[in-house]
Design a protein around this ligand. Structure first.
Ligand code: GTP
Length: 511
């Protein structure tokens, strides 16, 4: 029953403590691994989305710049040509007002009035009309062609307003050139007294605008447009021939073109349902608005393709990252569990669930050191199950094991402070450590334990008390003859011996 208390192993205790620390670190950490993994994946996804969004904005910005450049080309080309045609117009107009020029022979007169620009590809004819609208001078024919143009809008505008200056008409079909679409650049002829003397005009074939737009690329679904400020379409790419001369008045987009000298906006083409990035500007010197409108789908086509690849890869990568984090967390959790099992196996008595001898030794050593350091009293209860040999002999070893587990649980139930601890010392012997406990308290706990075991009522017909009982020896570390833990245990052991000798089911304090 009584054995010598062995030397306590400090190294083993430290190892157990460090294993426990590792376990708690792992246990705490694995909960955060999935969270951190998901957080990192989310951050990576957000950064990728931001970069893709940035790419989208850059693509739109690039398209806006390209459109501005195209507008500039349109503005310069049209302005320069209008300026040249106007110079020819002014020369012809001034010449036609000089009597000496008009008195020249026809071929000489034409050489003075018309420079070579009137032979340019897109110029239909340069005409000077008299106050009744009849052709006075015709650049295309030495004998002026017959016709009266007093009903034309440009004619009435100049007749009614002397201050119009250079006027560009909307597109209309020419009477002189087989119904070809033209626009007319015109100036008023004023007599010396200021009265209306007719109109000088240059007819420009609409093909000029068409060819100009056809040379520019705005993507497969883009649109280029030249429209008069009064709303009549001069040219459009594509669908040029179907829309020339049509009015855009009432169109939402046209209202926006009118709202400022230049600008950009994203809008829907009402007839085609295509979203386009519209850039528009007025052509200096003439009442014409140039519009460059690439389709949003064309602008973003490359960006979309890139986004799908990068975004898809990023989503897959993030998912893999989260999966790996979860696997890592799972692995850590398993390790923590195994670590916990190992700790339990290393410190727990399998049969009773209380601390095994190894852990008990470590606990007793620690509490002894603490008691000595803090000047407090450590109480020790040495507990032995009475007549356990005969219990085993009569009820069998398996029943004996169960009885030991019941006794251990009964003892554990009596320990009220968290610092109190119990361990299986060996066989049917248990030791309870009661830190910071004086004689009165230790005896009280011992009595509680003894009584508790009796109350369990585990039948033991071959024991004089009729049920399983325990005997308890109590010793305290503040006794003058106790100089070491081994002496303390030995003292408790001796007190237990007395309890056994004096009838069992008893508590005895060390003398
Ligand atoms: N079932 C079981 N029996 C055990 C275990 N450990 C020790 N024992 C038995 O406990 C008995 C202890 O007997 P003894 O030391 O003679 O003491 P006792 O019969 O309890 O008599 P007293 O202590 O004088 O009351 C032995 O028969 C051991 O085999 C165990 O884990 N399970």
């Amino acid at each position: 029953m009584f054995g010598r208390f062995p030397q306590l192993d400090g190294i083993q205790e430290r190892r157990a403590a460090s294993a426990a620390r590792r376990f708690f670190r792992l246990a705490r950490f694995h909960r955060f691994v999935t969270l951190i993994g998901s957080g990192v994946a989310l951050i990576m996804l957000s950064l990728c989305m931001m970069a893709l969004y940035e790419g989208r904005q850059e693509a739109l910005q690039g398209a806006r710049k390209t459109s501005q450049n195209l507008l500039l080309i349109l503005q310069k080309d049209i302005s320069r040509n209008v300026e040249l045609y106007d110079l020819s117009l002014q020369a012809a107009l001034e010449g036609s007002q000089r009597s000496d020029v008009m008195a020249l022979p026809s071929s000489l007169q034409r050489a003075v009035l018309f420079d070579r620009s009137v032979q340019a590809r897109y110029v239909g004819a340069l005409l000077v009309l008299d106050a009744q609208g009849k052709v006075l001078i015709d650049s295309a024919n030495p004998v002026p062609r017959k016709g009266n143009f007093s009903d034309r809008e440009y004619f009435t505008i100049h007749r009614e307003n002397p201050n119009v200056g250079l006027y560009l008409s909307g597109p209309f079909r020419s009477r002189l050139t087989h119904d070809h679409w033209i626009v007319v650049l015109s100036r008023r002829v004023s007599l010396p007294n200021g009265a209306f003397g007719g109109v000088a005009l240059v007819a420009i074939g609409i093909d000029y605008f068409h060819d100009l737009l056809a040379g520019l690329d705005v993507g497969a679904h883009g649109v280029l447009l030249l429209v008069c400020e009064d709303g009549s379409v001069i040219s459009r790419q594509p669908d040029h021939s179907n829309v020339v001369g049509r009015s855009m008045i009432g169109s939402v987009n046209f209202k926006r073109f009118q709202s400022a000298a230049s600008g950009t906006f994203t809008g829907q083409d009402p007839t085609e349902g295509v979203r386009r990035l519209y850039s528009y500007a007025r052509i200096p010197g003439v009442p014409v608005i140039a519009v460059v409108a690439p389709a949003e789908d064309d602008i973003l086509e490359n960006w979309r393709r890139r986004s799908i690849i990068i975004g898809g890869l990023m989503v897959v990568f993030s998912a893999v990252f989260v999966c790996v984090s979860s696997l890592l967390a799972h692995e850590l959790r398993e390790r923590a569990r195994n670590q916990q099992k190992l700790i339990e196996q290393a410190t727990q008595d399998r049969l009773t669930g209380v601390s095994n001898r190894h852990a008990l030794d470590a606990t007793l050593a620690r509490e002894w050191r603490r008691a000595k350091r803090d000047g407090r009293t450590l109480g020790i209860l040495f507990i032995d199950v009475d007549a356990f040999k005969s219990y085993n002999d009569h009820y069998g070893h398996a029943a004996g094991d169960k009885a030991l587990a019941v006794v251990a649980q009964s003892i554990t139930d009596c320990l009220r402070r968290p610092s109190d601890s119990i361990g299986r010392y060996g066989g049917e012997e248990f030791v309870v450590a009661l830190p910071d406990t004086h004689a009165h308290g230790a005896l009280e706990v011992a009595e509680l334990i003894r009584d508790g075991v009796v109350r369990r009522g585990l039948a033991h017909a071959y024991h004089s008390h009729g049920s399983v009982t325990v005997s308890i020896g109590v010793a305290l570390s503040d006794a003058p003859d106790v100089q070491s833990l081994a002496e303390l245990i030995a003292k408790a052991d001796r007190a237990l011996y007395r309890a056994k000798a004096e009838g069992r089911n008893a508590v005895r304090a060390a003398a």
